[in-house]
Design a protein around this ligand. Sequence first.
Ligand SMILES: [Cu+2]
Length: 128
Amino acid sequence: MKKGLLAMLVLGLALFLAACGGGDSSGSDEAESDGGDAAESSGNTLDVTATNFSFDKDEYTVPAGEEVTVSLTNEEGMHGIGIDEFDVNMEGEGETTFTPEEPGEYTIYCSVPCGQGHADMKSTLVVE
Ligand SMILES: [Cu+2]
């Protein structure tokens, strides 16, 4: 009987040590800091502030061939941003991105029926 008990103790100790020893392999998850540059945003922004009933600028300029982040802030009223050529249709505040490939002039318009001045809410997007 005594040998059996000793065997149990040894086995229990062995299991205990095995469980504790398992933590040694965790030092391998070093941060992979290389790469990732390609996915970075180009930083082009089209910040638009809307009021009743106009956008803050008549003309906005962005570069061709680079991703642009459109951001709308409604200072007054409820407005949106539509740019048909780039499939931008944002109703209300928020952000979206598009990439204008072709230089030219495009119309930015309010995409939310916001009131009596709605039809006048147009600005020009210059892609150059
Ligand atoms: Cu509107």
